[in-house]
Structure formats: structure tokens, C-alpha cells
Write a protein that binds this ligand. Structure first.
Ligand SMILES: [Mn+2]
Length: 360
């Protein structure tokens, strides 16, 4: 297996020992891909202080061998969690960790039934996610490429914004261009929101046609070599009223202040406060209805969360989005989003498409 994977497993095993667990059930496909390179979507990776075993089914035998040579695989035939429970029982595990945010009540039922009373289960959620929050050199290189593809696609999408075009058409072009650029797909359902729909932070594209005098929010991200990007640009079709231009400048200023605050050792709450403070000075903070950003990596939303009051310290290797916005119901919304990597000193903005206000 690749050295990066063995290094990650070793780090997790030391965490397992530190938390005085004798095993950990890794139940997220993102987590086991991070640890082994196996991309199958069904299974459980059982990590123990001295080794690790993938429990999966016959559909993935060949795939696991190809993607994670040397990985020990046990095939389950009568239910994944039943097989897990039986394995824990055979190995006399007393303190097995699991992630309560991932295991369903049904999974837990089968697991407990098969494991029997002697096996102890404890919630140890988030252990792999916290390792994943710190990207290594190869991961950062992958994320730069995913960000560059998002830059290209968002710029191409802006050129498609002509009166009469539908939100859905622009969304389709966005996804087509991502795949042409090598992406396995979009990191999330692309947002193309015209006019008052731009006031909905998570608007889904509709058949609505673009008109002159509307704001347009484009929010998209690509998955390239398994890593996600996430970018938002807002443009105005026609000559923007002064009010809209002032809102845009305020959001841009808020974003710049938050990016400036992204540094190793600062809290995520500080970064959020930097954006919120600028918007408050413009009396626009009541229109900023979500948090400033989120971690980005194998998943489009991961640790650390950049939200109000978050005490988590940023560390070198973190990648977060910075995406303040203002949303005025009935009028429209403005959001500017970029992906930022934290370095030992300073930070690096991975997405580079121009942030200047565009009037088409
Ligand atoms: Mn985002």
C-alpha cells in the first residue's frame, strides 16, 4: 500500500491507543478511502492498534485488491453489521469505537445483537475527520487543481449569462464543462440563481429565464481526483443600482477581512467575526444568514467549520471556504466564495477567478 496510507493508519492507531480503545469501526467511505485508497461504497474498515481489516461484500473483492494491495479483506454474506459484530466478538474487543453520527439505529441493533454483551461500544466520532482536516502536500496539490477547474468553469458560466437563458441551462453547461475538464462530477448541486432567487442561499436551478436588471449568483465546485473545490461569484446583468454596488463592495470587504484572518493559531470564530464585523459596520449583518465557511477536502463540507463562536484553532494544512453574503428577500443576494489553505505562515487562496464586480 502507498506510504501516505500507512502513515495515516499509523496516526489513527496512535489516536486509538490514546483514547484507550481497542478498535475503531470506520464507517464513512471518505474515511476509508483516506486511510486505504479503497473507493468502494459499502463496507466497514475495522482499525485496531496492530492492524486493520476491511469487511465488505463480493462486489468489491477485485476492486479492493486493485486499489489497496495488501489490505486484509473479510467478506460478509449475511449482513455487514452482523459480520462486524461477530468479528468484534471473536477478537474479544471490550472498547470498540464507532461514530454515532454515521451509524443508524438499525445498524447499531444488528451490531449489538451479533457482538453480544461482552463487546463494549463507545462513541468515538470524528477521529478520522480530524486527521483529514490537515491536508498533506499531495492533497494540497490536488486541491489546487480542483480549484483551478472551478475558476475556469465559473468564468465560462459568466459568459453564458445572456437575457433569456434559463438557470437549468447554465447549470447543465457548468456540469458538462466540469466533466470535460476531468472532474468525476460536481461537488454539490450547482447553484444558478437569478433575481430574487439569489436571495435564497441554497437556491436550486429552475426553468426561470434571465432578465436585464437581475443579480445572478453562481456557486459551483468540481470533484477532481477525489478532492472538491467550491467557488461563488455574483454578477449583475445590466448597470447595477448604487445600492447593489454598495452591497457588493461590503461583501467583498467582509471576505477580504475574513481571508486576512485565516492563519495558523487563530480560531475559526475569529475568522467568522472578521466577516461579520465588516458587514455590521455597513449595517448589513442582519442579511448575513449563514456561517462564513467550512472545511473542504474529500467532502465539500468537512472540518473545520468557520462559524460564530467556534473555538477550533486553524492549523497549517487546513483548507476552508470563505463565503460571506447578504440576502435581501424579494430583491436578491450577493455571495463571494473562495477556497483558502492555511500555511505555517500566512495562507494561500486556491481559487483565483476575479472577484471584481461584474456588470454584464
Ligand atoms: Mn461553500
Amino acid at each position: 500500500m502507498d506510504k501516505a496510507y500507512t502513515r495515516r493508519i499509523a496516526r489513527l492507531q496512535s489516536q486509538i491507543r490514546k483514547q484507550r480503545l481497542d478498535s475503531l469501526l470506520v464507517t464513512s467511505p471518505y474515511d476509508w478511502y483516506y486511510l486505504t485508497g479503497f473507493t468502494g461504497e459499502a463496507g466497514v474498515l475495522l482499525v485496531e492498534p496492530q492492524g486493520y481489516t476491511l469487511i465488505t461484500d463480493g462486489r468489491f473483492t477485485v476492486q479492493a485488491k486493485e486499489e489497496a494491495p495488501g489490505l486484509k479483506v473479510e467478506l460478509q454474506r449475511q449482513g455487514l453489521y452482523r459480520a462486524c459484530g461477530e468479528l468484534l466478538k471473536r477478537r474479544k474487543r471490550r472498547r470498540a469505537g464507532f461514530d454515532a453520527r454515521q451509524l443508524t439505529v438499525a445498524h447499531m441493533g444488528s451490531l449489538k445483537k451479533a457482538a453480544g454483551r461482552a463487546v463494549g461500544l463507545r462513541d468515538a466520532g470524528g477521529m478520522v475527520q480530524s486527521l483529514r482536516a490537515v491536508k498533506d502536500v499531495a492533497e494540497l496539490a490536488a486541491m489546487r487543481k480542483a480549484a483551478a477547474l472551478a475558476d475556469q468553469v465559473v468564468q465560462a458560466a459568466v459568459r453564458l449569462l445572456k437575457p433569456g437563458v434559463r438557470e437549468l441551462e447554465v447549470a447543465a453547461e457548468i456540469e458538462y464543462r466540469m466533466r470535460k475538464g476531468g472532474a468525476s462530477g460536481p461537488a454539490f448541486e450547482s447553484i444558478v440563481a437569478f433575481g430574487d432567487r439569489a436571495a435564497l442561499p441554497h437556491a436550486r436551478p429552475t426553468a426561470k429565464r434571465l432578465k436585464k436588471g437581475q443579480l445572478v449568483v453562481l456557486d459551483l465546485g468540481a470533484i477532481l481526483n477525489r478532492y472538491c473545490s467550491d467557488i461563488t461569484r455574483t454578477v449583475f446583468v445590466g448597470k447595477a443600482p448604487t445600492k447593489v454596488r454598495l452591497w457588493y463592495q461590503a461583501v467583498l470587504e467582509a471576505q477580504a477581512a475574513a481571508i486576512e484572518a485565516v492563519a495558523a493559531g487563530r480560531t475559526c470564530g475569529d475568522v467568522d467575526a472578521a466577516a461579520r464585523g465588516v458587514l455590521a459596520a455597513h449595517r448589513l449583518d442582519q442579511y448575513f444568514v449563514h456561517s462564513t465557511g467550512h472545511g473542504l477536502g474529500l467532502e465539500v463540507h468537512e472540518d473545520p467549520r468557520v462559524a460564530k463562536g467556534q473555538k477550533t484553532l486553524l492549523a497549517s494544512g487546513n483548507v476552508v471556504t470563505i463565503e460571506p453574503g447578504v440576502y435581501v428577500p424579494g430583491v436578491g443576494g450577493i455571495r463571494i466564495e473562495d477556497d483558502v489553505a492555511v500555511h505555517q505562515s500566512g495562507n494561500e487562496v486556491l481559487t483565483r477567478a476575479s472577484r471584481e464586480f461584474i456588470e454584464l
